[in-house]
Design a protein. Sequence first.
Length: 123
Amino acid sequence: MGLDPSTSGDVYSYGILLLELFTGKSPTDGMFIDGMNIHRYSKMALPERLMEIVDHKLVENEEGASESFWTELERGKIHDCLILILKIGVACSEESPTERVTIFDVARELHLIKKMLVDRTRE
């Protein structure tokens, strides 16, 4: 907001990018009015209403079916990872820079999510 570039600003931008990618919504989407924004939209939905906000192109096959696209184990794994990724996006995009996570914490969390995905696909 008119200040010098900072790592905290970069973390914020990364968080907004994650939320855009995984919700399929732009921060300037017309649905964001009266104080609602992509950060609040995502934060309010997690974790119980995850599937209401996630971009369905990420969880459906070409025919639009999500039920038979993955096994039960894979669906659970994908669901858990989506929650974690969106939580990272929310934590990065906190309004106050002092409330945001560091990029080191983000990298650590993303590595844990990757490990979770890789390890669970071998089950």
